[in-house]
Design a protein around this ligand. Structure first.
Ligand code: F6P
Length: 553
């Protein structure tokens, strides 16, 4: 169903009317009125709890949102996704990241060909490649063991594996050490190479297209570095492997092995594929398999849980509720886990590249706001930096708090006090956003502190917290590979559901192209001498000043 029709459906109109009725309702009151609110508005599945009780919803809201999902045919689209239909219409591709973690006995056909055997073969290659490192028998061209791996890739070829290896670093293998380079800024590669030697370093060049400028330029620079330290070009090529869907290009570049990925795997959904090779190298193949198992469990949940107990669908509907009915323009993800410090960056690409679109699947303008700006920082750090705005600022920013009940094992300096402090802060922040502090409460506090009437009057407006600010808490029992797989897949399916609700193609990214084209036009002008101006005045002015600054003028 196209979105302009959807926005006129009874479910949409009923939500509009319902919003007008409950927009002023206070979460505090809803909690007071219903002692069962937590039980009613939380969903637990396989060690992952979604508490959405601190959202500005009632049972009626959820029923109306689910009616909207039914009218958008989320269940039908979900079936098409899992069946391998070409739902990425602008690129005429299937979208099958779910095939990458499907049970080995499954069968999913693209153009009549079952893709599961290909996935199994790729996984087996990853297993034997990573196990050769962990057995200690992976040697470089000069016979020295490979101790360090540098992953060169950007966007989906970087953010997922980087986020996962950071999150699970407490269970990293002692060797190889894995580093990541993405930015075309030469400083990134330069810093990643600190302390490394060519003879014991392997580069993984990860690029689905193998045409991405940043990755190509960094790979060329890495090859120059290898060539300067190894006997010959052949030896250098032995220190580079590729992960790509464009094997021909990779072989032209010169690599010793090529791990396949496929056009039905979108870059931002690719960490489950051979793009996850650095994960398997850093953490061991069993950990990678556990990650896949977690995602598979979430796939199963998404497919089979009734809609009112369906975690991804619930998260998607709540997001739409705030974007389209409350006008929220951003959404914060705050993991109370330092290990998850790259999760917001990963989710930024996943959500904003997928649903940051203004035309629908049929090329028509979407009449309602789509993806909000996603941002976030780990707690408790975020509390000391950005929470002021969340509590007392003018915009409404729904928050996802992600908390982990059991801390990281194997930490020598671990103590319960800090772990408890971390969790207490997570719970306190969501409670504070929900409750707020009324003028009467603030006044009583100021008076109890001994302030005179004038001082109370002066400070009071600054001490009030409006509250009624929504949040969802995702609680994991522990941050294991399996739970992380579930968590990532939860967000993947949330994004999918929102795309369906807004009638978007969540799987293309045409919006990244224009900047690439212009960069190709501008770059030669940075190197050239005097020439006729051919860009806008700002670009010309900046080019001229860059030249001046470079020449010390
Ligand atoms: O330019 C955007 C993008 O295509 C992302 O979607 C993708 O994850 C990234 O670039 C890297 O692409 P590739 O893996 O083809 O180098």
């Amino acid at each position: 169903m196209s979105h302009d029709k959807l926005s006129q459906t009874p479910a949409w109109l009923a939500l509009q009317a319902h919003h007008a009725e409950i927009a002023e309702a206070k979460l505090r009151d809803l909690f007071e009125q219903d002692p069962e609110r937590f039980a009613r508005f939380s969903i637990e599945a396989d060690g992952l709890l979604l508490d959405f009780s601190k959202n500005r919803v009632t049972a009626e809201t959820m029923a109306l949102l689910h009616a909207l999902a039914a009218q958008a045919d989320v269940a039908g689209w979900r079936g098409r996704l899992f069946a391998g239909e070409r739902i990425n219409v602008t690129e005429d591709r299937a979208v099958l990241h779910v095939a990458l973690r499907a049970p080995a006995a499954a069968s999913i056909a693209v153009d009549g060909e079952d893709v599961i055997p290909k996935v199994s073969t790729a996984l087996e290659r990853m297993r034997s490649f990573s196990e050769s490192f962990h057995r200690g028998d992976r040697r470089g061209a000069t016979g020295l063991p490979i101790t360090d791996v540098v992953n060169i890739g950007i966007g989906g070829s970087d953010l997922g594996p980087l986020m996962v290896t950071e999150a699970l670093r407490h269970q990293a293998r002692p060797s190889p050490r894995v580093r990541f380079v993405s930015n075309v800024d030469p400083a990134h590669l330069n810093r990643a190479l600190e302390g490394l030697t060519p003879a014991s370093t392997l580069f993984i060049v990860v690029s689905k297209s193998f045409t991405t400028q940043e990755t190509r330029l960094n790979a060329e620079a890495a090859r120059r570095w290898l060539r300067a330290g190894l006997p010959n070009d052949q030896a250098s090529a032995e220190h580079i492997v590729a992960v790509t869907a464009n094997g021909a290009r990779a072989r032209d570049f010169g690599v010793s092995a090529c791990f396949d990925m496929w056009d039905w795997v979108g870059g931002r959904f690719s960490l489950w594929s051979t793009v996850g090779l650095p994960i398997a190298l850093a953490l061991g193949f069993e950990a990678f398999e556990e990650l896949l198992a977690g995602a598979r469990a979430m796939d199963e949940h998404f497919l089979t849980a009734p809609h009112e107990a369906n975690q991804p669908l619930t998260l998607a509907l709540l997001g739409l509720w705030y974007s389209d009915f409350f006008g929220a323009q951003s959404h914060a993800v705050v993991p109370y886990s330092q290990a998850l410090h790259r999760l917001p960056a990963y989710l930024q690409q996943a959500e904003m590249e997928s649903n940051g679109k203004a035309v629908d699947r049929d090329g028509r303008p979407v009449p309602v706001p789509t993806s909000p700006i996603l941002w976030g920082e780990p707690g408790t750090n975020a509390q000391h930096a950005v929470f002021q705005l969340l509590h007392q600022g003018t915009p409404l920013v729904p928050v996802d708090f992600i908390a982990v009940a059991r801390g990281e094992p194997g930490d020598e300096t671990r103590d319960d006090t800090r772990e408890d402090a971390l969790l207490a802060n997570a719970l306190a922040q969501s409670a504070a956003l929900m409750r707020g502090k009324s003028a009467a409460e603030a006044q009583a506090e100021l008076e109890a502190a001994g302030l005179d009437e004038a001082a109370v009057a002066k400070l009071l407006p600054h001490k009030v917290f409006p509250g009624n600010r929504p949040s969802t808490t995702i609680l994991l029992d522990a941050l294991t590979p399996r739970r992380l797989g579930q968590l990532i897949a939860l967000y993947e399916h949330k994004i999918f559901c929102q795309g369906v609700l807004w009638n978007l193609n969540s799987f293309d990214q045409w919006g990244v192209e224009l900047g690439k084209q212009l960069a190709a036009e501008i770059q030669p002008d940075l190197a050239s001498g005097p020439r006729e101006s051919r860009h806008d005045a700002s670009t010309e002015g900046l080019l001229a000043r860059i030249k001046d600054y470079r020449e010390g003028r």
